[in-house]
Write a protein that binds this ligand. Structure first.
Ligand code: LCS
Length: 398
């Protein structure tokens, strides 16, 4: 399969997101059709055999390939500047298919300690059963990565910005370390989306997304994607995804293609709100600390300016009264919704220590920068004044 990158590569990212998936229109349709068909007829038995052997292009069965799913794969790969994409049933299916594709018994992984909770738990509690070992490090310091690398390190897996500490990993630096040790660099780019950050341009081999978040953007569908920089890695992930059945349904793909069209508009608006809200929170008497890469006092603000094209729409902060204070705040918001997930047009708050990252042992959580008082705020596209007023009221009510 060739990615659809060539036709639109000269266009800018906002335009490419809006025209996503339309390279192969049949009737001039301006919305990608949903090919809701589990299987595809072969013109002849010989054609069927030729398709199975890969000698003939054409669809066979939707777990293997489907035109709507392929349109989404090409679109995300195009935005990431990768060779091709493999869609997955969820972000975790994408993460798992990368682990399963490249890690074998005796292999070692170096990973960001502050990974999305389940990405870490799969390594710690599941892949360990198959003889894969993982070392978790604060990847915001490149020296921590370098020290953890071993001869058997097969993969370096990082998130940046990290969920939920919002610390960053220097991607060009991480790529140089991975290269030196002959390891793969896999980057979970969920928090930025390709609109703000393209790890492959900085040397990553593999990019992972929970499409559930910014790329879909409407809190109505679960999905994931793996984009690889080259053909060989693509073919490996594609094979594993088909065999293990981590693949995506066409209806899911269509919803995500629809959401993706407004990626640029949504991110621009949400990050404009986020910057103003981070400043507002920083000046609020009830707030003890704020972590947002766009604030000049974020320890990696200069790195954010270098490797991102915007600071994103995720903020984490602590309130007076610690955990209790945070709980009261979350119970007091009215417009902002108390829910996990992120990256949608609607603003959400959650408490990682008791929710998304609760499965990680408390000491390891703290080590990863996930303090008990941390409130995670996914800033949406609502009117800034309404968000500010809701936060202000909830902070004073606590
Ligand atoms: N990677 C990151 C960075 C994530 O934040 C998530 C989900 C995943 C992967 C997994 O994606 P999923 O299977 O849910 O599509 N993060 C969530 C969160 O922070 N709150 O709820 C889910």
């Amino acid at each position: 399969m060739e990615s659809g990158q060539k036709k639109t590569s000269e266009l800018r990212k906002t335009t490419r997101a809006i025209h996503a998936g339309l390279e192969h229109s049949i009737y001039g349709e301006v919305s990608v059709p949903i090919f809701q068909s589990s299987t595809f007829a072969f013109p002849s038995a010989e054609d069927g055999a030729a398709r199975f052997s890969g000698k003939q292009a054409g669809y066979v069965y939707s777990r293997l390939d489907n035109p709507t799913v392929r349109a989404l794969e090409e679109s995300v790969a195009n935005l990431e500047g990768g060779f091709a994409g493999v869609a997955a049933a969820s972000g975790m299916a994408a993460v798992s298919s990368v682990y399963l594709s490249f890690l074998s018994r005796g292999d070692h992984v170096v990973a960001t300690s502050c990974l999305y909770g389940s990405s870490r738990t799969v390594l710690e509690s599941e892949l360990s059963r198959y003889g894969v070992e993982a070392t978790f490090v604060d990847s915001s310091e490149l020296s921590n990565i370098e020290e953890a690398m071993r001869a058997e390190t097969k993969m370096l897996f990082v998130e940046t910005p990290m969920n939920p500490s919002l610390r960053l990993t220097d991607l060009a630096g991480a790529a140089a370390i991975a290269k030196k040790h002959g390891a793969l660099l896999a980057v979970d780019n969920t928090f930025s989306s390709p609109y703000l950050q393209r790890p492959i341009e900085l040397g990553a081999h593999i990019v992972i997304h929970s499409l559930t978040k910014f790329i879909n953007g409407h809190a109505d569908v679960i999905g994931g994607m793996v984009v690889t920089a080259d053909k060989e890695h693509y073919e490996r992930v594609k094979k594993v995804a088909i065999l293990f059945g981590t693949t995506m349904d066409p209806h899911q793909a269509w919803l995500i293609l629809r959401g993706m069209r407004t990626l640029g508009l949504r991110i621009e608006r949400a990050q404009e709100n986020a910057m103003k809200l981070a400043q507002f929170l920083q000046s609020h008497p009830e707030v003890t600390w704020v972590s947002y890469p766009g604030l000049p006092d974020h320890p990696q603000h200069e790195l954010a300016k270098r490797q991102m094209e915007g600071f994103g729409a995720m903020i984490s902060f602590g309130v007076k009264g610690g955990l209790e204070g945070g709980i009261k705040l979350m119970n007091s918001v009215r417009l902002i919704t108390l829910a996990v997930s992120l990256g949608g047009v609607e603003s959400l708050v959650e408490h990682p220590a008791s929710m998304t990252h609760a499965a990680i042992a408390p000491a390891k959580r703290l080590e990863a920068g996930i303090s008990d008082d941390l409130v995670r705020f996914s800033v949406g596209c609502e009117d800034f004044e309404d968000l500010k007023n809701d936060l202000d009221r909830a902070l004073r009510a606590k």
